[in-house]
Ligand binder design. Sequence first.
Ligand code: FE2
Ligand code: FE2
Length: 235
Amino acid sequence: MRIAATADLHFSPQRANILKEQLAPVRDQADLLIVAGDLTNYGQPSEMEPLVNVLVRLRVPIVAVLGNHDYESDRQEELMKMMSDEGIKVLDGTGYERDGVGFAGTKGFVGGFGRSVLTSFGEPEIKTFVRASIDEAMKLERAMSQLRTAKRVVVLHYAPIAATVVGEAPEISAYLGTSRLAEVVDRHGADLIVHGHAHHGSLEGKTTAGIPVHNVAITLLQSQKPPAAYRVFDI
Ligand SMILES: [Fe+2]
Ligand SMILES: [Fe+2]
C-alpha cells in the first residue's frame, strides 16, 4: 500500500485553494492519506467544515488523528463527528484495518523523552499532567492491541522520539512529545510511525527497537528542496 502522510494543515478558508492544489496529486500517488493532527487552527467547526470539503474531494481514503489545536475550542467531539460523517476515519485510541494494513492512532501528549520523561511525583498538578501523558500511551496500547494485521502503521500528533523534534528550540522539546508513546509501539511492533506537531523538527528517526519515525508536519515538508505537502511511504 502506498500511504501519503501530512500533518499540521492549520486550515484557514483563505488557504483552501492552495491546499487543494497541494493535495490534488495524492490520488494518483497513494492509496490512502494520513492527516496527523492540527487540522484546524482554533478547533472551530467553521474551520473544519471547509477543510472536510477539500479532503473528501480528493477521493482517497483518509485516516486522521486530532492535534492540540483541534482541542482549543473544546469542540473536538463535534470535529471528529464532522469528519466521520464524511467517511474520514478518525483514530482516537482506536485501530482500523484496510487492505491488510492496520492503523493505530491517538493524539498523544507531551512529557519529554528518555531519561528526561516527567514522572508522577510531587504536586497534584504534576500528577494530573503526567496522567494525561500516560492515558494517551494507554490509548495507543489499546489501539495497537486491536490490530490483527502483519503490517502496522502508527499515527500520532505528538512526537514519540526526540530525534524528529531536533531543529526546534531544545528548551521546548519536552513539550513536543513523549517517548512513552514509542515504548508502546516498540512493545507491539510496527512498520512505520508518522507524527506532526514539531513544525521545525527533523524528517526522520528511529525508536529504540528500530521502528522508523517520520515527522510529516507540512511546514517541515515545505521547507525541503523540493518543497512537498506530504510524503509517500510504501508499506
Ligand atoms: Fe501544528
Ligand atoms: Fe500541534
